[in-house]
Design a protein around this ligand. Structure first.
Ligand code: NDP
Length: 459
């Protein structure tokens, strides 16, 4: 039997790689993890964590305004961007340390540097060569910027987290999570924001009612949203600003252009191709239900595969894989009803099927919807509405989707997700007593289904 230095070599110490390495080591496996950039990967360094800190910072703008309706006099206020960046950087550094301690504490070896696969059992980092029985690729992804003249002048979310100063004006291109979140952050911090999306309505794949309602709310808050348009080309002016030509023949002057048009997998340039590891047409590493690639003993999880690209999904994949390879449990990942949130302003929380998806899957569905002004805004005077929606399979009475636009949507939908995962029926929702006064209680007090679309048209 061949002998190896290690039982598992993990390439990439992001969310998925770190969890897999820790759990494998805690099961007694000899584990090393190589990271070329930052411990914690995208989520901790240039993703979920700093983004959420920015969302908190941004929300104070409205909180100060809303306070007046409750009798507060809030004096002059000014946001200090460099101070926010410094505080955020300090917190991220703390988390980098936490990640290191978690790995080392579990018994894994942390190696700084870019790993290269020499063969299916040998990884080279710098001058060191390591042999491992199994290799796990958890290399994540990187922002994609489409080709157009001037595309080298744009920034992505990677740079947005380290801007030295806030621009006066910004163009945000894209219609996914990152673009709506950053459009909201910049807008609340006083930047004039134009958001461009190539289709008729952003957040493709989310429930249509939420997409429309979010667009309305963002427009009310001052974001200049332009649909059905892309950037044709851009140039830098002598004063450092930019002139941007759009596909609708209009031109924009701006101080910064940020692209949030998706991410591509980090799957090339470190030896996978030479080993014959199969990639799909978009460069994602192909894996089976147990995250095995086409080469025996090489596994891949997280954003470098074509999975649901969310941190908790990568973490669960890493955990299950490590348990299966080195622990007592042999488990499979359940990708059904994965909840998620968009930290837009207001935020979105969602789990299960959208109305459109449910109409394709079930012959008859019922839609329960509630749109209301949250209690806080009766006194604040803010014109912002919350939307909640349940999608129910009429035949079984099962709630197959729950969607919310409004404050704390992620916090609320996380709890609802447990009910949906457990197969709760609408009758179970109805039998649950509400917590009063909350917005969340609407989810258990929606009594009448919407009229069918055809019926509605006939009325
Ligand atoms: P997404 O894949 O979510 O969205 C990409 C957006 O860019 C879509 O609106 C897409 O349009 C548009 N787009 C793609 N290519 C082009 C192009 N060539 N020209 C113009 N527009 C284009 O990517 P994000 O960058 O927003 O987010 C990356 C990943 O990070 C996501 O997969 C998400 O899962 C994850 N994420 C999760 C967050 C959360 O959970 N809160 C927060 C941030 C990121 P179209 O829809 O028409 O294809």
């Amino acid at each position: 039997m061949a002998s190896y230095d290690l039982d598992l070599f993990v390439i990439g110490a992001g969310s998925g790689g770190t969890r897999a390495a820790r759990i494998a080591a805690s099961h007694g496996a000899r584990v090393a993890v190589a990271e070329e950039r930052y411990l914690g990967g995208t989520c901790v360094n240039v993703g979920c964590v700093p983004k959420k800190l920015f969302v908190y910072a941004a929300h104070f703008a409205e909180d100060f305004e809303d306070a007046a309706g409750f009798g507060w006099q809030v004096g002059d206020r000014r946001h200090d961007w460099p101070r926010l960046i410094a505080a955020k950087n300090a917190e991220i550094e703390r988390l980098n340390g936490v990640y290191r301690r978690l790995l080392v504490g579990a018994g894994a070896t942390v190696i700084e540097g870019r790993a290269h696969l020499e063969d299916a059992h040998t990884v080279v980092v710098g001058d060191e060569r390591y042999t491992a029985e199994r290799i796990l690729v958890a290399t994540g992804g990187w922002p994609t910027v489409p080709e157009f003249p001037g595309n080298d002048l744009v920034i992505t979310s990677n740079e947005a987290f380290f801007l030295e100063e806030l621009p006066k004006r910004i163009v945000v291109a894209g219609g996914g999570y990152v673009s709506v979140e950053f459009a909201g952050i910049f807008n609340a911090l006083g930047v004039e924001v134009i958001q461009l999306y190539r289709g008729p309505l952003f957040l493709r794949g989310f429930d249509d009612d939420l997409r429309e309602a979010l667009a309305e709310e963002m427009i009310k808050k001052g974001v200049d949203i332009r649909f059905n348009v892309v950037i044709d080309c851009m140039e830098r002016n002598a004063d450092g600003s930019f002139v941007v030509d759009l596909s609708d023949r209009s031109t924009i002057e701006t101080d910064l252009v940020m692209f949030a048009t998706g991410r591509h997998p980090n799957s090339r340039g470190f030896g996978l191709e030479a080993l014959g590891v199969a990639l799909d047409d978009n460069g994602f590493i192909e894996v089976d239900a147990d995250w095995r690639t086409s080469v025996p003993h090489i596994y891949a999880i997280g954003d470098c595969t074509n999975t649901i690209k969310l941190t908790p999904v990568a973490i669960k994949e890493g955990h299950i894989l490590a348990d299966t390879l080195f622990g007592p449990a042999d488990r499979r990942m359940d990708y059904d009803a994965v909840p998620s949130a968009v930290f837009s302003q207001p935020s979105i929380g969602t789990v299960g099927l959208t109305e459109a998806q449910a109409r394709e899957r079930y012959p008859e569905i019922d839609i329960y919807k509630s749109s209301f002004r949250p209690m806080k805004h009766t006194l604040s005077g803010r014109d912002e509405r919350t939307l909640m929606k349940l999608v129910v399979d009429r035949k079984t009475d099962r709630v197959v989707g729950a969607h919310m636009l409004g404050p704390e949507a992620g916090e609320i939908i996380q709890g609802i997700a447990v009910a949906i995962k457990a197969g709760a029926s609408k009758a179970d929702f109805d039998a649950t007593v509400g917590i009063h006064p909350t917005s969340a209680e609407e989810f258990v007090t929606m009594r009448s289904a919407e009229p069918e679309p055809a019926q509605e048209a006939a009325e």
